[in-house]
Write a protein that binds this ligand. Structure first.
Ligand code: NDP
Length: 329
């Protein structure tokens, strides 16, 4: 008899899209050479966009959302992977063109799978999730540029969100002095518990201002974009750098070239979706060494496959703190 398992499916007709918890079989999955029993997934900003349909994340319908998952290999046609291997997958078109992590089982391309470091459990891997892995890519971007704790303070925008919370925690663990920018000053104690030294109101950065401001930080991790990123760049110290990964305020960048040509400031673009495997391995290895798992646990809210939709609009409204783990099986 065909074995059935649960998955969340987005269907779309001309007027609207709807999401249902359905039962499917392996025959319904997309092509791939490894089948994984998914144990955990997460909710990221992009999952909110996909589930609400407020941005064209999903390219083919029907689609199983979930841009990442961790799980255990069930069967593999690639000798690199064996039954029982613990794996993680971030991006590579999950929830865009390939069925994603909100499913008890997934069939994927082995080239997109990464074996988890020994000391990161499947649950922890999704406490980290795409947001945390992206935060590490941002930190690596600053490090590779040559920024060290001696360079001076580092700003983290969107501080209470997923990328922001993990970035603060990693940076503070590495000995950086961290300034957290947030719209939720009520979360100051939370941000300080993660390692922020100073908390500032994001309104300081969200409105148009001068092309060059007072030099305030040596580097930044920005998940907000738009006017905020413009002000972050304009207030970066001479020779500093900004890792830009997000667009929570907007996708525009109303800036001038002055910070680049008068202060030698650099803008580092961060993409997690198509990042090459070598970069992913490096990021997950560093996460296994440099992220305080107790702090990570403080950031997390748990949910299940049948309730994850309830978080879709709140994450877009900036009302979700830290990370959301979706317990799959
Ligand atoms: P979250 O929703 O968890 O965090 C975003 C945070 O941004 C919010 O918590 C809020 O923090 C702040 N924010 C929200 N709206 C605004 C606004 N209008 N103006 C200023 N700040 C705002 O999302 P994630 O951490 O999962 O992702 C953050 C961003 O990074 C998203 O845009 C996402 O698409 C992007 N991203 C990009 C990746 C890549 O590969 N480049 C990978 C992962 C994420 P606070 O309340 O503290 O101000």
């Amino acid at each position: 008899m065909t074995e059935l398992f649960k998955a969340l499916k987005i269907e779309k007709n001309e007027e609207h899209q709807e999401i249902n918890l359905v039962e499917i079989s392996e025959d319904d999955l997309m092509e791939g050479n490894v089948v994984v029993d998914v144990t955990h997934s997460t909710l990221n900003y992009k999952d909110g966009l996909a589930m609400t349909g407020s941005s064209p994340i999903v390219r083919n319908f029907p689609m199983i959302p979930g841009i990442d998952f961790s799980g255990v290999v069930r069967s593999s046609e690639d000798l690199e992977f064996s039954k029982g291997d613990r794996v993680v997958l971030n991006g590579y078109g999950l929830s865009e063109s390939h069925y994603g992590g909100y499913s008890e089982r997934a069939r994927v391309n082995s080239k997109h799978l990464l074996k988890l470091p020994e000391n990161i459990s499947n649950h922890q891997a999704m406490q980290i999730g795409t947001a945390g892995y992206t935060a590490m890519l941002c930190v690596l971007g600053l490090e590779d540029f040559g920024i060290t704790p001696k360079s001076g303070e580092i700003l983290v925008t969107g501080a209470s969100g997923g990328v922001g919370s993990v970035a603060i925690s990693i940076l503070s663990g590495l000995g950086f002095s961290v300034i957290a920018s947030t719209g939720r000053l009520s979360e100051s104690d939370y941000l300080k518990s993660l390692g922020a030294d100073t908390v500032i109101d994001r309104n300081e950065l969200s409105e148009p201002s001068r092309p060059l401001g007072k030099e305030r930080w040596s580097g930044a991790v920005d998940s907000v974009g738009s006017q905020t990123l413009s002000n972050v760049i304009a207030q970066t110290k001479y020779g500093g750098a900004v890792s830009a990964c997000g667009l929570a305020q907007g996708m525009d960048l109303p800036s001038t070239v002055l910070p680049f040509i008068l202060r030698g400031v650099s803008l580092i673009g961060i993409d997690s979706v198509m990042a090459p495997m070598s970069k992913r391995e490096r990021a997950w290895d560093r996460l296994s060494k440099d992220l305080d798992m107790e702090k990570l646990a403080q950031m997390v809210v748990e949910t299940d496959l049948d309730k994850v939709q309830d978080f879709a609009q709140p994450i877009l409204d900036g009302k979700v703190r830290g990370r959301v783990v979706v317990n799959i099986s």
